[in-house]
Ligand binder design. Structure first.
Ligand code: BES
Ligand code: MN
Ligand code: MN
Length: 458
């Protein structure tokens, strides 16, 4: 432990400077205008992996953005950890709400503000620095493989193919990911599940062209009104989703599981205050932690149509659209839920409009084991660095590759994230506490130590 602390203390400033360099690349995967920046970020990650001591470092081309790979195999008999992260980030919009520019990392009050500070650059870079630390102090007890991709925020479409084509190269005993949140630094936790995702776009078309709303209004269905009604009907009075068959595969938690889940510290007053809402919302019969961690949901992510420019325009628009995502829980599958949604949405459309449903990306839900050697190693590592045993929690977000690793490689994942829900992921003023960054670099080598020790015992 002292070796770790000393190395971090001696290299503190450089660890931060390097992260800042990485944060300056606007590696937004969703918007093609950032393509050169995404590629520069990949090259930077590869260079930093090499400098940290990784071998066989490669920027692997895919049909989309490249996967950065690197490894250090010290002894084939030792256990192998596959570290996964993503160097792409969400778009920074709305720009006007950022206090300092998203790609000029700035420290305020002990926190690093930048797009990607927490999701996921700040978090995966901790692994590269922890790796450097273990190499330099000759304390690396496992083989390591790094796989850092550039399309996570757009659904990892090409990663499935990459994994299928590189099964031998990616062989490992466990996947380690820091891309999730903890409850707080006082209440360290480990996520033991992620929700799946089914994302689609709907378009409702009324008349074949925009019309004068005075001349035609009252005689022709307005697609915005129709879309609004259709969307509103997707939840009933108990905020239960009304799509037939939607819950068929969903299983209820056992009384014990429910109890354990609700043991996690959670203060609804604080939660409401933080979000400035008077009341929380959700499916009747479930607590907030159950709603976000164990129940499927349907959310509107965007809605548009008609005139949204300055001033007024009296128009009865031809089209209205929305982006909708559904979070899925174990046993639901993305393809099936997309199909159920599509069928239902078309069936509730009145004859006065036409409906088009276009599926985007998806991902499958996962529950990660809590009795594995790797999970116990993560628990021990956190207990050693935080002085407190981590609380297992279920996360609401999605990382589609986790289910794919299991399906294609048969490898389970440990989600050892150091973010906080208050880090404003995907929002303006995303941040990552400098404290969490160093704490992560301190905890990761301990994971390797305990993983090697516990693996040897088994
Ligand atoms: N790191 C997040 C997922 C996450 C955040 C999990 C916090 C648990 C806690 C990841 O980068 C992400 O944003 N995933 C997307 C899905 C993807 C297919 C666009 C998500 O969850 O919306
Ligand atoms: Mn992420
Ligand atoms: Mn994200």
């Amino acid at each position: 432990m002292q070796i770790i602390k000393d190395y971090i203390a001696a290299n503190k400033d450089r660890f931060l400077t390097e992260l800042f360099e990485l944060l300056r690349f606007p590696s937004v995967s969703a918007d093609p205008k950032y393509k050169p920046d995404v590629l520069h970020a990949a090259a930077y990650v590869a260079q930093k992996l090499r400098e940290a001591g990784a071998e066989q470092v490669e920027v692997c081309q895919t049909a989309g953005y490249p996967v950065v790979y690197g490894e250090k195999i010290t002894d084939p008999k030792k256990p192998t950890v596959l570290m996964y992260g993503h160097y792409d980030v969400q778009p920074p919009d709305p720009l006007e709400l950022w206090k300092t520019p998203p790609f000029e990392p700035t420290i305020r009050d002990g926190k690093i503000y930048a797009r990607g500070a927490c999701d996921d650059k700040g978090q995966f870079y901790m692994h590269i620095k922890a790796f450097e630390l273990m190499v330099q102090t000759q304390t690396l007890p496992c083989n390591i493989k790094f796989m850092i991709e550039g399309e996570e925020e757009v659904g990892s479409d090409n990663l499935g193919i990459f994994v299928q084509q590189n099964k031998e190269k990616l062989k490992a005993d466990v996947v380690l990911i820091s891309d999730t949140s903890m409850i707080s630094m006082e209440n360290p936790s480990l996520e033991t599940g992620l929700r799946g995702l089914s994302y689609l776009e709907v378009e409702v078309t009324g008349p074949n062209r925009d019309l004068h709303s005075g001349v035609y209004g009252g005689a022709v269905a307005n697609p915005i009104t129709i879309l609004a009604k259709m969307i509103a009907s997707l939840h009933d009075e108990n905020n239960h989703i009304t799509i037939p068959g939607f819950y068929d595969e969903v299983t209820e938690l056992s009384a014990n599981e429910k109890h354990a889940l609700n043991e996690a510290p959670f203060d609804p007053q604080e939660y409401k205050k933080d979000l400035d809402v008077q009341e929380l919302w959700g499916e009747t019969g479930y607590s907030t932690l159950e709603r976000t961690g164990t129940r499927p949901t349907l959310e509107l992510n965007g809605i548009w149509g008609g005139y949204i420019g300055e001033g007024a325009k009296t128009v009865l628009p031809s089209k209205a659209s929305a982006k909708i995502s559904m979070r899925l829980v174990p046993n639901q599958t993305s393809a099936h839920i997309t199909e159920l949604f599509t069928r239902h949405f078309k069936s509730i459309a009145p004859k006065s409009v036409k409906v088009k449903v276009t599926p985007h990306h998806g991902g499958e839900p996962v529950v990660t084991p809590t009795s594995s050697v790797a999970f116990r190693a993560a628990e021990k590592a956190i207990e050693a660095s935080f002085g407190k045993k981590p609380i297992p929690t279920r996360g609401g977000g999605s990382i589609p590759i986790v289910a794919l690793f299991e399906q294609e490689l048969g490898i389970k994942t440990v989600l050892m994230g150091f973010g906080l829900d208050s880090d404003a992921l995907h929002s303006p003023n995303e941040k990552y506490d400098i404290y969490n960054y160093y704490k992560g670099i301190e905890t990761i080598p301990l994971f390797y130590k305990y993983f090697a020790e516990l693996s040897a015992e088994n």
